[in-house]
Design a protein. Structure first.
Length: 371
């Protein structure tokens, strides 16, 4: 105001020099106030005098394009609707309109070509199969496939030291007392297999009945009374027979020689070994391990490291492409081949046939013995 003394004039404060002003834009100082020139995606809110996120058209109304569609933001703050297959888009693309309901019976339309080996049941413009005896529905219930009871097909081979429980084309083991179920529930393992060398640090762990174990001691050690530990031997006499003749682990005593391999015992009399062993007059004990485990793939889970299923191996998947892979536990597997394929290489490959299988030969085709 003309003539007003300088000390009576109000001094303008430049708010743009204050830290934190207009963080998402550019501050513009004004007389007695300020404004923000906001960055893309933000707008100036006069209530808080700052740049706030700008909502697009879909965020402003969450019910847009519903029911039956999805709101998609477009340029210049606009939107359009993308509609489900039961709906059609309106002319301005701002809403979804339900199509006229069509009703049809797939079972009548396609007749016997649907649900072969079963009965077609219509279900609201779709269908499901009710399968005949000896067949089971697929996971989506759209086809009927031959029913396979893995435990019955391979009775006596699966779940040694336990009971095989069938789950259609899969199975699991319920183990006998003294045995523990493996991580994949496909084998029953003894204490020797479960704990390994920790049980007999100075000898070889040998499985005894009911999953129990005893230690077969190395040279220089002898069994404890319960045969579960190997103690330093007193007055020990070193073994004198040739060690290169033993396979897996063996023990030699006057009059006989015994080899133990995978739970089986074989007795040989002294005459059979006379040409290849040198006997000592005093009792001897000698054991060693001549077994090299096969390499396998291991995976980690929340409970630790475990052996992966062989059926996840890409090469095994290719081998069993003509059927499906049956995990037998550990690194063992078998290809169950579908009609039109034959099992070769002891059940490890499904090979295509030139012949054609009919329903009467499916059962015999699937029941291939394990080798």
């Amino acid at each position: 105001m003309p003539g007003t003394p300088a000390r009576q004039r109000k001094q303008d404060i430049n708010e743009c020099q204050i830290a934190g002003v207009c963080q998402n834009g550019h501050c513009v100082n004004m007389d007695g106030t300020y404004s923000c020139k906001c960055s893309t995606g933000y707008k100036f809110d006069e209530g808080v005098l700052d740049c706030v996120p700008q909502k697009n058209a879909c965020q402003q109304d969450e019910k847009r394009c519903q029911p039956g569609g999805k709101c998609v933001p477009t340029r210049h703050g606009d939107f359009k609707c993308v509609c489900d297959w039961q709906y059609m888009t309106s002319g301005d693309q701002k809403s979804c309109i339900k199509k006229q309901t069509l009703s049809y019976d797939i079972c009548n339309l396609y007749g016997p070509s649907v649900c072969e080996n079963g009965v077609c049941i219509p279900r609201a413009n779709t269908y499901e199969c009710r399968c005949n005896d000896g067949f089971e529905a697929s996971a989506d219930r759209k086809t009927c496939r031959y029913k396979i009871d893995v435990c019955a097909l391979h009775r006596g081979y699966l779940c040694t030291h336990g009971e095989c429980v069938s789950l259609g084309r899969d199975f699991y083991c319920k183990c006998d007392p003294g045995y523990t179920t493996s991580f994949d529930r496909r084998r029953c393992i003894s204490q020797c297999e479960q704990l390994g060398s920790h049980l007999c640090p100075n000898g070889q762990c040998v499985t005894s009945p009911y999953g129990d174990y005893e230690c077969q001691c190395f040279a220089g050690y002898q069994n404890s009374p319960d045969r579960k530990h190997c103690l330093p031997a007193n007055n020990y006499v070193a073994p004198s027979f040739r060690t290169d003749l033993a396979i897996n682990h063996a023990s030699n005593s006057p009059g006989h020689w015994r080899s133990v391999s995978a739970g089986h015992q074989y007795q040989h009399d002294k005459a059979e070994l006379a040409n290849s062993t040198e006997e000592s007059e005093k009792p001897q004990s000698f054991t060693y391990n001549y077994y090299q485990p096969q390499q396998s793939h291991w995976v980690q889970s929340h409970s630790g490291w475990h052996q992966a299923s062989p059926c996840t191996n890409p090469q095994v998947k290719r081998n069993c492409a003509g059927g499906f892979c049956l995990n037998l536990g550990g690194t063992a597997y078998r290809c169950e081949c579908r009609p039109g394929y034959s099992s070769i290489e002891n059940g490890r490959i499904c090979r295509s046939n030139s012949g054609k299988f009919d329903d009467e030969t499916i059962h015999e085709h699937i029941k291939l013995p394990f080798m």
